[in-house]
Design a protein around this ligand. Structure first.
Ligand code: CAA
Ligand code: NAD
Length: 284
């Protein structure tokens, strides 16, 4: 099945990036968030990233306009669902929020529509169970920043059909990405390996082993990571990091995945990293 219309639910840092790469790939895109302001903020971020590409000579001004012209903003889930061939959900990493959205999408979308989640760690099988079409539900896990990172982890839920899987692999490739197939276990592959490293770096701050700057420098210069783990945690969002650790901890029942108390404290304080202006570092 060749997909033409993609709706993206959530216009935050991931949803905005997904809408951008989908529109760049020629899809007609509907971008939804809870308020007009949030959708507009998402569109403005896309517009300024595209402007940077125009300034660098990587895109013409006409192409920029055409890409933006393919993105329709909305705050109405029924509008986002009604003509979509593929919906990609990228809202907060909370099962209850995602499950409710999937139940409603199942009602609003045509019967052929594929429902994908960009979840970082939550069970695709459980999200699928919130619908009456579990064979058409799948994980499509983009990496941040979406326009730059090549990987899409494609996660098969227990009931995901081969047709759904193949259609989503093809859509990821059309968006210029390299899809990699994985099975449905907490954190999949990417965050099962990445997030315990970030959590351990936070424990190193908590225990006074070194400053955040020193920890990041060790991992950048010593391991050739493009960003140190604490800079990366701030970039991802500390709320998202905490929710992923909670999913790993609950899903495996192993104390090695316990979230660091300092991570919990920062999230409780509203220190969510770059997006709130403060995390392990300050952003002004
Ligand atoms: N959004 C879009 N584009 C961005 C960007 C952003 N936030 N930040 C940088 N870029 C673009 C720049 O415009 C530039 O593009 P061109 O090549 O077209 O000029 C390119 O990326 C390189 O940027 P810079 O030279 O400014 O910076 P850099 O070389 O330091 O690279 C980086 C920036 C790509 C973000 C790099 O630091 C990096 O790879 N960091 C690690 C990212 C990472 O690990 N991501 C995975 C996070 S985990 C995840 O996503 C899964 C999860 O579920 C939590
Ligand atoms: P974000 O906080 O930047 O954006 C989330 C957006 O969802 C916000 O704009 C919010 O208003 C919107 N939203 C919340 N509830 C909604 C609802 N009921 N209906 C519509 N919109 C709603 O978060 P993000 O970093 O973009 O993460 C989104 C998802 O992507 C999460 O599941 C996260 O785990 C996953 N993810 C994040 C990263 C990352 O590095 N941040 C990487 C891969 C996957």
């Amino acid at each position: 099945m060749e997909l033409q219309r993609v709706s993206v639910i959530g216009a935050g840092q991931m949803g905005g990036g997904i809408a951008q790469v989908a529109a760049q790939a020629g899809y007609q895109v509907v971008l939804l968030d809870t308020t007009e302001e949030r959708v507009q903020a998402g569109l403005e971020r896309i517009g300024s990233l595209l402007s940077r590409s125009v300034e660098k000579g990587k895109l013409s001004a006409e192409e920029r306009e055409a890409i933006l012209g393919r993105i329709t903003p909305t705050t109405d889930l029924a509008v986002a669902g009604k003509d979509a061939d593929l919906v990609i959900e990228a809202v907060v990493e909370k099962m209850e929020v995602k499950a409710e959205i999937f139940t409603r999408l199942d009602e609003y979308c045509p019967s052929h529509t594929i429902l994908a989640s960009n979840t970082s760690s939550l069970p695709i099988t459980e999200i699928a169970a919130a619908t009456r079409r579990p064979e058409q539900v799948i994980g499509m896990h983009f990496m941040n920043p979406v326009p730059v990172m090549k990987l899409v982890e494609v996660i098969r839920g227990l009931a995901t059909s081969e047709e759904t899987f193949q259609a989503v692999m093809a859509a990821a490739e059309r968006m210029g990405k390299t899809p990699v197939e994985v099975n449905d276990y907490p954190g999949f592959v990417s965050n099962r390996i990445l997030m315990p490293m970030i959590n351990e770096a936070i424990f190193a701050v908590y225990e006074g082993v070194a400053t955040p700057e020193a920890i990041d420098e060790v991992m950048k210069l010593g391991m050739n990571h493009p960003m140190g783990p604490l800079t990366l945690a701030d970039f991802i969002g500390l709320d998202t990091c905490l929710y992923i650790m909670e999913t790993l901890y609950e899903g495996f029942g192993d104390s090695k995945y316990r979230p660091c108390p300092l991570l919990r404290k920062y999230v409780k304080a509203g220190w969510l990293g770059r997006k709130s202006g403060r995390g392990f570092y300050s952003y002004s």
